[in-house]
Design a protein around this ligand. Structure first.
Ligand code: XIL
Length: 379
């Protein structure tokens, strides 16, 4: 297809919401590569066909080659994601892998409340903006993470009396989602609200100050603030059919029955190679969430291997098998839209002392990389 025709197709996709929505549907012929290629054509047409920089900035990256995770995921109608930190994006090795392999970025911490508003009213969007700009320049989507999480509550919030707490809560959701409106594919609206043993809601400052309805309130505020963003509940320990998974299911069913706007559930998937839910259990859990009409994301996957018995090669092989098998569960579930890893290089992982990601500290692909690629190719 010539670039003029591609540009026309791209404009159709951009302007027509029904086509755009189906662009990551497995049945659709418009996949992500089509859109990226077409957008590139528009830019080339605007810049001159040699790709020289137009008035608005540097020329875009070439479209992803077909031998990448993002291309393999795109062929399956899936997004392939990673958590990133803005300060690493200017590192050449980091940038090369982040831009080439992934189609979906999550800020590892820079869009959390304590990062955005370290003191009351101090809206600091610079780092988050840098991640969004990077993603846009590489044809990637962005996951907003996360609006309401006890783990990233700014300390000044804790001491506010109830009414002021509610004002700050409402302002936070409106301000942050308003700032990023139109640029975020999906937001993790509420994170980790269920107690670890699945006995009920976690006892957080949000629950104490706002009551149990804070979750429904957050989703309603979120929909009003950015009607285009998909709204997710995100949690860990509920990946397979556990007691906690049951509670998550009950929570989201209840929200849906009350007409609360929620579009999906994120299963974090921080697992260990020798201690993870079975594939069947994850598949069954995804299926029942899909039965509610929800979209599912694997949202923060990493696979720990430190301390596993055997040789290093055996540990790497066990890690490869875990990544492969779990990614394959998502590929086989029509409503599993995205798989995001919690980083991609062992040089930068929140799990210090472990090597839980797809690339080693020198940015070389590990066996796990091939495991993911195979799963995305239906092998
Ligand atoms: C972690 C980040 O990786 C750290 O950099 C940060 O200091 C704390 O949070 N569940 C989540 C993520 O939803 O936001 C957490 O990320 C990991 C657990």
């Amino acid at each position: 297809m010539g670039f003029v025709h591609q540009a026309i197709s791209a404009l159709r996709i951009i302007l027509n919401p029904s086509i755009r929505k189906s662009s990551i549907n497995p049945q659709s012929s418009f996949n992500e590569s089509t859109i990226v290629a077409a957008l590139l054509s528009i830019t080339l047409a605007a810049c001159g066909s040699d790709g020289s920089p137009g008035p608005s900035g540097p020329s875009p990256q070439p479209p992803a080659s077909s031998d990448t995770l993002r291309a393999a995921a795109s062929a399956q109608g899936r997004l392939l994601g990673t958590a990133v930190q803005s300060s690493f994006l200017s590192n050449g090795q980091y940038d090369a892998v982040a831009g080439r392999e992934f189609s979906y970025l999550t800020a590892e911490y820079e869009m959390k409340w304590n990062s955005l508003e370290p003191s009351p009213g101090a809206d600091t969007f610079g780092a988050g903006d840098a991640i969004v700009a990077y993603a846009m320049s590489r044809g990637q989507r962005v996951k907003g993470h996360t609006l309401v999480w006890h783990g990233s509550t700014p300390s000044w919030l804790n001491s506010l009396p109830q009414a002021e707490f509610r004002n700050a809560f409402e302002r936070h959701i409106r301000t942050v989602m308003g700032h990023y409106q139109g640029r975020i594919h999906a937001w993790d609206v509420v994170n980790e609200a269920i107690a670890d043993d699945g006995s009920g809601l976690r006892d957080t400052v949000y629950r104490q100050k706002l009551g149990d309805t804070y979750i429904a309130d957050a989703f309603r505020l979120a929909r009003a603030a950015d009607p285009q963003a998909r709204l997710f509940y995100n949690d860990y320990g509920g990946e397979g059919m556990s007691a906690k998974a049951g509670r998550i299911y009950d929570l989201v069913s209840d929200l849906i029955s009350k007409g609360v706007p929620i579009d999906g559930v994120g299963l974090q998937m921080h697992v260990s190679a020798n201690n993870r839910p079975s594939d069947d259990s994850i598949a069954a859990n995804m299926r029942r969430l899909a039965g509610l009409g929800l979209t599912i994301h694997i949202s923060e996957m990493d696979v720990r291997i430190a301390g596993l018995p055997g040789t290093e090669q055996m540990r790497l092989d066990a890690q490869k098998a875990a990544f492969h098998d779990i990614v394959r569960v998502c590929v086989l579930e029509p409503r599993c839209e995205a798989i995001t890893f919690w980083g991609f290089t062992d040089a930068h992982t929140w799990l210090t002392g472990d090597t839980p990601l797809l690339f080693n500290q020198q940015y070389a692909a590990k066996p796990a990389y091939t495991g993911v690629l195979d799963a995305l190719r239906g092998k």
